[in-house]
Write a protein that binds this ligand. Sequence first.
Ligand code: FAD
Length: 399
Amino acid sequence: MIEVSKKCIGCAKCVPVCPFAAINMIDKKATMNEACTLCGACVQVCPVQAITITREEASTRDLSGYKGVWVYVELSEAGDKTHPKKIKQVTFELLSEGRKLADRLGEELCAVLMTDKDHNYEKELGAYGADKVYLVEHDELFEYNTDIFSTVMVSLVTRHKPSVILYGATIQGRDLAPRVASTLYVGLTADCTALSIKDGLLLQSRPAFGGNIMADILAPNSRPQMATVRPNVMKMGEPVHGRAALTVRESAKLDKSLRRVKVLERKIDHGSGAVKIENANVIVSGGRGMKTREKFHQLEELSKLLGGVVGASRAAVDLGFKEKTHQVGQSGTTVSPKLYLSFGISGAVQHIVGMKASDVIVAVNKDPNAPIFNVAKYGIVGDAHEIVPKLIEALKKGK
Ligand SMILES: Cc1cc2nc3c(=O)[nH]c(=O)nc-3n(C[C@H](O)[C@H](O)[C@H](O)COP(=O)(O)OP(=O)(O)OC[C@H]3O[C@@H](n4cnc5c(N)ncnc54)[C@H](O)[C@@H]3O)c2cc1C
């Protein structure tokens, strides 16, 4: 329920920010009509806090009307007429996982796309499993912005009542999902490593207590059930080209004044042009067992010969063998290369959660009981300092 108290001074600042033209000034007081979706945009701009929204107690709500699995579509930042923004891979990973959840529930899988210009994205979204695409096209959606995107998302949710929403645990997703959760007063499970359906509810699994146990989280009393998942955690399915998604165009009346943060300057770090660890096909990773920074550098040579990138355990990073940006694991990056080579890494659970989705894992460790062997396809019990130079030599000889 939305209420306007006597504090209202009739400034009318709430009128232009309402995306649904749901506010009229009557007798110098803001009055909401039936188009109001309780999105909260007016609450944010009221200078005298005269507008309040009271949401129903979670446990007393009828949740049966909430249906469907939604995936927030994340687009790359940069884009122009010749190089339109691209859908980020994490979206396809979430659609592939969302497809399984939607099938288990017997409900629709929907993609939520907010953009200033549609570039026929629905085709790709359909190919990766979306039944429906909610498309909001508006000039104000030219780049990601917390206020604008969360307002649109909340209004879509209020209008269509999805049961589940998945976001990438990316800079955007980690910003958007909590804002939506707090506005709707629902829960959010961050960094899930597995999702499934249990008794019709979304079972959200994630490491807890420093990764030592897996917690299974259910949200029986609120909707939508919301989760973020890091890139590379869910496997991307094969696209079915020609599989069409139904496009549902949604209108949004967005006013510039909603945008409280403005980007004044953009400095893009193009880096060294090297492949980022999260996108690498081959990762050669080292741990404390590599002993010294110098010995760790041998992994650079090996990874170059394999056309890969160097990864590191947290212990190796803490010892200064490699920069933090190369850390694989729970507090580093989650990776899923085609080939993951590990040298002198024990296989602590916090490391495993970040690399277990790799296609082929090869582990070298001198301890036959090292836990890394539990996830490795090929294991070599031996001294990394002997094996790495031999591998380099063999690759150089082209063996
Ligand atoms: C909240 C939290 C978050 C964390 N996040 C991460 C994370 O993101 N990533 C991460 O990696 N860790 C993380 N950790 C740390 C994690 O628990 C481990 O401490 C860490 O992964 C250990 O790194 P390691 O395997 O290199 O070292 P160790 O556990 O010390 O293992 C070294 C291994 O090298 C082997 N070895 C030694 N000499 C040789 C040799 N000559 N040849 C072959 N093998 C040899 C040993 O047998 C041993 O198995 C986190 C911990 C916490 C509490």
